[in-house]
Ligand binder design. Sequence first.
Ligand code: AMP
Length: 281
Amino acid sequence: MKQVSRQAREQGRVIGFVPTMGALHAGHLALVEKARREASPVIVSIFVNPKQFGPGEDYEKYPRAMESDAKMLREMGVDVLFAPSAEEMYPAGFRTSVSVEGLGDRLEGRVRPGHFRGVATVVLKLLEIVAPRLAYFGRKDAQQARMLAQMASDLALDSEIVVCPIVRESDGLAMSSRNAYLSPGERQAATVLFRALDSARAAVIAGERDPQRLIAAMRGVLAGEPLASPDYVEIVSEDSFEPVARLRGRCLALLAVRLGKTRLLDNLLMEVSDSEVRCTL
Ligand code: AMP
């Protein structure tokens, strides 16, 4: 992989890279399409990273669909599929880990100890191997994207972290490989994340700027769905991922909700100034 990417760089080409865990859906494919428009060659990795799963999480049963994924990527004109094994990525004696202080400890980092350390470690290694100019990530995992942008800046990496919009099903559910775990009843109930965020969006458009009132409104919507139990409902500054006292600048409403055994994430981006307000689901 290093040889292929070195050659492309020597030819002055702009490498675009989309790291994934596979079981590809339209959310992943939107990242690939953007990469295709902005870079060539496009390299996609599929690696279910054991280091970002905690004990008792779904590493073993995480959906794997290598053959159909490879076919899809080939049809989209992806130049290279990089799919290393866990033994190649973490040979016996592997000892290094990367952690982004602060940003990795709250929200997802608190509920899933060690998760972000696993993500940062694998992404830094992938970026070293693939050495892309542009690396594409989804805003669905907003805290992950923010943490990786911080890592890239702190470590003066040559790769730019590009954050892409959330791709949704027609009923608003954010696409995720884990949606495959949902029973039909849970799948229907799962729209509650979108509905909660949409209620916050409507309130912000109507002039609400108090995060506590917005959180209460979202919790109210979530409480109306008996199958859903929220892990957290928070409003943070996009830069620090710390809670804000009042909406201003770029803020995110972040949800993590359990439906049965499945844990789903979603968020709403709110850009608020004196003269303008923009909300992006
Ligand atoms: P994963 O395979 O779940 O690790 O995701 C690989 C990349 O795709 C990550 O950068 C995710 O944030 C991104 N992604 C996953 N789902 C979506 C979605 N619905 N919309 C946009 N990006 C997504």
